[in-house]
Structure formats: structure tokens, C-alpha cells
Design a protein around this ligand. Structure first.
Ligand code: SF4
Ligand code: SF4
Length: 367
């Protein structure tokens, strides 16, 4: 065994070796078939398996070697710990990897500073009364469109570079840098869209009462599609502005607003549901010290949606200015924290699923 390995890698290696001898759980998810085609587990193999795990809990409740058995097998918690450790290992730039460790505090500080910056910016651009004036829904009376677009474009470019570098490091580690075909990417996209492996072997994720339930998968779907619809609303708004010359605000029945409303509702219900389920879940299934990272991401998604919907409802009133500062500040905080928070989990999982699809196609994995 590699003596420099972290405790999380050593524990995952131990458990995968036990599971490889047992194989009782091979039908539950993608982790076990992928594990079975290996006799030894390098660091990249273990990180790959960790990101295939959806932490449904099924293999813990089914396991005859889970605590208090002396083998102390707890695959969901061990792989969750390894996943959280890997986020830091692949972060770019390395100097910011510590943001994962104290994620809740970092996200709170960045968001608060972002909101404050917008409030101060609006006041500096106009005058203090601008925050409480009625602007007939015109956001650009508070901040010129070009300034808003330049700020978010710069942040988006940084986020894309940081995420690309992190994903590259992950892919090299789990796959040695070799290519993956379009078919595998298509399969991974379908598995991501359906959350195929969040069924926990059929009934869904197990909770504190050990009964499988589809609730966690449903809330994941609402969060995922809510996020995509809100992103689509922003893209359509951008298209309207630059291609058709139609500036915001758009009427309630317009395409971007309808997309934003449906997506926004998904982004309220999904994160709220996931937060409640996480509170109810048996903590033994989780990596307890890092639960703050999940909470911070869910809270940011929820606040992004809440402030966006409030802004839509109250955009013709005197609180529009302060709501716009709040919404833009929260969105900026969310964007800045994307490469250093739970968001990366979805991207790593996608690459792990692509590798899994390729291994399956090559015949190395038989489900
Ligand atoms: S989790 Fe337990 S029951 Fe499942 S394969 Fe591993 S050792 Fe066997
Ligand atoms: S927790 Fe669920 S997804 Fe993770 S290894 Fe166990 S059965 Fe598979």
C-alpha cells in the first residue's frame, strides 16, 4: 500500500477489498460492477468509484458487515469522505482549495460582500435614494446593462477556467488522460438526466427509518432541472437583448419569464426538500464534518431563486432596488463559489459516469 495515502483513501481501499470478496451488493448501483473489474485499487480508481456513488445508503442497510460488526463496513460514508477530500485535491488554483474545508463560512462571506458591493455600487452610481425609488421594473436604471454584463461575463469566464482545470485533473487521475467516445458521453448524459443510479437498487435512497424512498431523487430532479431552466431563462434574455434588441424587463407571459418562474419554483422546492431530508438522514451515512458544504450550496440555490422570484413580483415597487442588489449579490456569490463548493460534485460524477459507460461498452463490466 502507498504509505503516503490519506486516511480516506486507505479506508476506501480497505472497504472495496472487503466488498470485492463479498459482492452481495453488485446489483445496487454502478460502484460495485466497476469495483468487480479491479483486483487492486489505485488512488484514481478509488476516486472514480467515490464519484460513481450517489450516497443512497442501500449498501449500508443491506450490509451484514456494517457496524457494530468488527469489519465496520460503511461504504456511503467512506466514499463521501473521499469525494469531499478529492474536491480539494483537484481544485484550481491550489491556493484556493482551502475554500472547500470552510465552505459554509467562505460562501457566507463572499455572498455578503457581493450584496454589499451591489448596494454600494448602486448608491455610488446614482444617489442613496435610488435604492428606494420606483423604476417601473427597469433594472438598468440602477446599473447600466454593459456594466452588469461585463461583471458577470468576467466571473463566468473565471469559473469556466477554474472548473475546466479541476475537471482535467480529475479526468487524468481516474482515466490517465485517455479519450472517451461520443457514445459514452451520450450514455452518461442520459444517466445524469434520469439520475439512473439514485434509485438505490429499486426503491430509492434509505433514510433514518431504513425504508427506501424516492424523495431524494425527486428533489434532486427538481433542483437539477430548476437550475437548468433558470440558466435557460438567462440565455433567452441575453438573446433577446443582443439579437433582437429587446431589453428587460419582459412581461410575465414572455418566454424568459415563464422559464424563470418554472425553474425558480423547482429551485425553491428541490433545495428545501434536500435540506429537510439531509436533516432527517442518519448521520452515520454521511461525512459529518463536511455537511456544511452541502447546506451552503442548497442555501445559495434557494436564495437565488427566492430573491429572483421576489424581484419579479415586486419589480414595479419601491423595493425593487434593494431586491435587485440582493439578487445580483447572491447570484454573484453563487457563481464565485461554484468551483469551490458542492456544484463540482455533479461535474465529476458526469465524468465518472462517462468512464463507466466506456468500461461497460468494452465488456469489462457486466451488470
Ligand atoms: S457493502 Fe457489505 S454486503 Fe455490500 S458488498 Fe460490501 S461487504 Fe458485501
Ligand atoms: S451508497 Fe448507494 S450509490 Fe453509494 S455505493 Fe452504496 S449502493 Fe452504491
Amino acid at each position: 500500500m502507498n504509505q503516503t495515502r490519506s486516511a480516506a483513501l486507505q479506508e476506501a481501499d480497505r472497504l472495496m477489498t472487503v466488498c470485492n470478496a463479498c459482492r452481495y451488493c453488485e446489483g445496487l448501483c454502478a460502484v460495485f460492477p466497476a469495483m468487480e473489474m479491479r483486483r487492486f485499487f489505485g488512488d484514481g480508481d478509488l476516486n472514480y468509484l467515490a464519484h460513481l456513488c450517489h450516497q443512497c445508503g442501500a449498501c449500508y442497510t443491506d450490509c451484514q458487515y456494517s457496524p457494530p460488526h468488527a469489519f465496520n463496513v460503511n461504504v456511503p460514508a467512506a466514499l463521501a469522505k473521499l469525494r469531499n477530500e478529492s474536491y480539494e485535491a483537484y481544485a484550481w488554483p491550489k491556493s484556493l482549495s482551502g475554500a472547500f474545508e470552510r465552505n459554509g463560512v467562505v460562501v457566507a462571506v463572499v455572498s455578503a460582500l457581493s450584496v454589499a458591493a451591489f448596494v454600494i455600487g448602486f448608491v455610488a452610481f446614482e444617489n442613496p435614494a435610488v435604492l428606494w425609488d420606483r423604476h417601473a421594473g427597469s433594472f438598468y436604471a440602477l446599473m447600466p446593462h454593459n456594466a452588469m454584463a461585463a461583471l458577470f461575463t468576467a466571473v463566468t469566464l473565471y469559473v469556466i477556467v477554474a472548473l475546466t482545470m479541476s475537471l482535467r485533473a480529475f479526468w487524468r487521475d481516474i482515466n490517465g488522460g485517455s479519450r472517451v467516445g461520443l457514445e459514452a458521453i451520450g450514455r452518461a448524459t442520459a444517466d445524469t438526466a434520469h439520475l439512473t443510479y439514485l434509485h438505490g437498487g429499486g426503491g430509492g435512497c434509505t433514510s433514518e427509518d431504513e425504508k427506501p424512498s424516492p424523495a431524494r431523487r425527486i428533489y434532486h430532479h427538481l433542483t437539477f432541472y430548476g437550475f437548468l431552466l433558470c440558466f435557460a431563462a438567462t440565455c433567452v434574455g441575453t438573446l433577446y437583448h443582443y439579437v433582437f434588441g429587446w431589453p428587460a424587463p419582459y412581461p410575465p407571459y414572455s418566454f424568459p419569464v415563464v422559464l424563470g418562474i418554472i425553474g425558480g419554483i423547482g429551485l425553491l422546492v428541490g433545495p428545501a426538500g434536500l435540506f429537510v431530508l439531509a436533516r432527517q438522514r442518519d448521520p452515520i451515512l454521511t461525512d459529518r464534518p463536511h455537511r456544511g458544504m452541502d447546506t451552503a450550496f442548497l442555501l445559495m440555490l434557494f436564495l437565488t431563486s427566492l430573491t429572483g422570484l421576489l424581484l419579479l413580483i415586486l419589480r414595479d415597487t419601491g423595493v425593487m432596488g434593494i431586491l435587485l442588489a440582493l439578487h445580483l449579490g447572491v447570484v454573484l456569490g453563487l457563481f464565485l463559489s461554484l468551483p469551490y463548493g458542492k456544484f463540482v460534485h455533479g461535474l465529476y460524477r458526469f465524468l465518472a459516469l462517462a468512464k463507466y459507460a466506456r468500461e461497460k461498452k468494452s465488456g469489462a463490466i457486466v451488470e
